[in-house]
Design a protein around this ligand. Structure first.
Ligand SMILES: [Zn+2]
Length: 49
């Protein structure tokens, strides 16, 4: 029996925003008006109108 992933993957941001701390490969999840990294808890406000 295959192991299930522990965490649910965040919704992929269509802009392709990556975590500056974790580097490319780790996408930031979208939460309301901000992006959040599920790895290092890095958060960034979305300045998109
Ligand atoms: Zn990160």
């Amino acid at each position: 029996m295959a192991e299930k992933p522990k965490t649910k993957s965040f919704k992929a941001y269509t802009g392709g925003k990556y975590c500056p701390k974790c580097g490319p490969g780790t996408k930031l999840g979208v939460h309301n008006n901000r992006f959040a990294c599920g790895k290092c808890r890095y958060t960034e406000m979305a300045d998109k109108a």
